[in-house]
Design a protein around this ligand. Sequence first.
Ligand code: AMP
Ligand code: TRP
Length: 351
Amino acid sequence: MSDTPSKTFPKRIFSGIQPSGGLTLGNYLGAIKRFVTAQDEGIETIYCLVDLHAITVWQDPAKLRHATRELAAGYLAAGIDPARSILFNQSQVPAHAELAWIFNCVARMGWLRRMTQFKDKAGKHAEEASVGLFAYPNLMAADILVYFATHVPVGEDQKQHLELARDIAIKFNHDFGVDFFPVVEPVIEGAATRVMSLRDGTKKMSKSDPSDQSRINLTDDADAIAQKIRKARTDPEPLPETIEGLEGRAEARNLVNIYAALADVTPGQVLSAHGGKGFGTFKPALAELAVEKLSPLNAEMRRLMQDPAEIDRLLGQGADRAHAIAQPILEQTLDIVGMIRSRGAGSGSGR
Ligand code: AMP
Ligand code: TRP
């Protein structure tokens, strides 16, 4: 039997973001903005607020609830339309956690030990890390495969996790002699798959960076955005005319990429327009663009957050739709594995 499933799956996009703190410009450009594009292209899109992933490190319960609603507001403000995309929080669809258990029994210890995100997050304290943090990629594989999703738009940092999801699908299909799960395609494209810190061009912009100056938060107001860009670390040279000229200039490259992603142009086009200018000219242009693009989003997020009950209602509706897709796939999986499914009349396969 070939390891590549021969079954063809309709194109279905799935992605997720953790509600563990505020959203950054990195999340917006590397993920949410691209989620909206996929939705607007008319592809079937499922977007998840992965609250079960968030608790792999400690979360204060009240803050987690707030961050989940704020993340939902971020998706909606950016243009995710709950009528066209399925938008929900992971814990309301129990099939994710159930399939993750099956995958805990498919994935190997050695596969997970190689995950760089675990090594980064657990650091020197791996013995004190939660078991959930270690098994995190198995739950992520379950998120995707419980919908037979075929394409997963993410930032560069998630590439290794998606390779693991592919390995899990292949091993499951192989071990049980079935052609069941699709082998997912990571979609890592565009100028902003890795937005870097404004203080250090070698580090990813992250909501967990201790320095708030290192990132633009989607909740920052116009003054804060402009001030952070003005203070962003750069070198004294003017911008080059070509991409090759950005070699060895991580901070300059980052600002050019951010500009390109915000303006929906290529980094080459940014350099054609701004090459030769110093940062004294380029930074104000970038700040103006960032404020123009992010301010409406910020205002809409704040408006939506005034009605948390409405956000919860939308998430509940999304969860119902997600459950309707996920539950039958979970049932089939459990049947393949050899679990008796006899609740309700005649639901077993009789194998
Ligand atoms: P997280 O906030 O870690 O749950 O990430 C959610 C999504 O945002 C994932 O697709 C990440 O790859 C993406 N992402 C997070 N930080 C960045 C960044 N600095 N640049 C580009 N994408 C990012
Ligand atoms: N691990 C992802 C992150 O931190 C979030 C995530 C969880 C995800 N499940 C997913 C992304 C499924 C894509 C598909 O960025």
